[in-house]
Write a protein that binds this ligand. Structure first.
Ligand SMILES: CC(C)(COP(=O)(O)OP(=O)(O)OC[C@H]1O[C@@H](n2cnc3c(N)ncnc32)[C@H](O)[C@@H]1OP(=O)(O)O)[C@@H](O)C(=O)NCCC(=O)NCCS
Length: 282
């Protein structure tokens, strides 16, 4: 399995995440996209106004000067092993402005997981930038075939811990450690009719497409239910404890009708599960 993932990653076709506009809590659109070598000046610009607390919280130490070389190292990465994403300001004409947030995946040596980390500019907090980055890092992780993401966060970093909690990660607190281990499983659980298709992108996961009621489906349902009713009406007559033909017909009809109702419900549930399964594979 590990070899398969490695082989997939060393092939030239690395899963990509095309740039997209994301609308955040302030009602404004921002551009989310992978970072590349050309973004080094934007990184330096972001660091120039970051608070020392933010830098320390992210890197564990203080970076006094973000030199061009250092900024380049953050964005000019080996794409097989790292995937940095950024959120940029975006004006009405679609032109990119300042870089406000960064999130990245760093593959573990065995390619069975990747560490994720985040940095949001002090002036842009609580807009959902970290949560949005986490959402798309998850998409990227799945596309890269990773079974899980992980992170290590200091206990006192309530902001980061809350981002993970709010986004469904598992937190492991060890009594004698300052660091909380975060685990984010990426594989969808195996469910009925699941053939292990590639993980879906975000729109595919949200909900199956709603379709209008088709006449053919209604007629097919009616035929199934009528056949079910007739069969049980016939079978149940001999089970009604009466000699009165009217009573026998009445109770056989009632019992078969109840059972047909349950059958109809079960049929609808089965069709809904099928629809979800089909939608989640798109
Ligand atoms: C941690 C950090 C990335 C959060 O970024 P963010 O964009 O503000 O987070 P979000 O807007 O997505 O917040 C999502 C949720 O997390 C929680 N949260 C975020 N910041 C919080 C804070 N300061 N205090 C308490 N809860 C907080 C809230 O529940 C929030 O939802 P809400 O706003 O609806 O209440 C940001 O504060 C940061 O860059 N910190 C410094 C660097 C760092 O610590 N990196 C982590 C190293 S692993």
């Amino acid at each position: 399995m590990a070899r398969l993932v490695n082989a997939a990653l060393t092939s030239s076709a690395l899963p990509a995440l095309p740039p997209r506009l994301v609308c955040l809590r302030d009602g404004r659109d921002y551009r989310l996209r992978p970072l590349g070598p050309a973004d080094a000046p934007r990184v330096a610009e972001m660091f120039a106004t970051l608070s020392t607390e933010s830098i320390r919280a992210r890197y564990g130490y203080l970076i006094h000067d973000m030199s061009p070389e250092r900024a380049t190292r953050l964005v000019d990465v080996d794409p097989q092993r790292e995937a940095p994403l950024g959120i940029f300001e975006c004006d009405a004409a679609g032109r990119e402005g300042r870089l406000w947030a960064m999130g990245r995946l760093v593959h573990a040596p065995d390619n069975q997981s990747a560490e994720c980390a985040f940095l949001v500019h002090d002036s842009q907090r609580r807009l959902g930038m970290a949560s949005t980055l986490l959402k798309y890092l998850r998409v990227l992780g799945r596309r890269r075939g990773l079974p899980r993401l992980f992170a290590q966060v200091r206990r006192e970093n309530k902001a980061m811990l809350n981002v993970f909690i709010q986004n469904g990660a598992r937190l492991h607190f060890a009594p004698d450690s300052d660091v909380v281990e975060i685990d984010i499983p990426l594989r969808l659980p195996k469910i009925l009719f699941d053939k292990g298709a590639p993980a879906p992108s975000i729109p595919g996961m949200s909900s199956p497409e709603k379709k209008g009621v088709s006449l053919v489906a209604v007629v097919a349902d009616l035929v199934f239910v009528a056949a079910f009713f007739s069969f049980f009406y016939y079978v149940l007559q001999s089970h009604v404890p009466s000699n009165d033909p009217t009573m026998i017909r009445f109770w056989a009809t009632m019992a078969a009708a109840c059972m047909s109702g349950v059958f109809w419900l079960a049929l609808q549930m089965l069709k809904t599960v099928f629809r979800f399964q089909r939608a989640s594979r798109k």
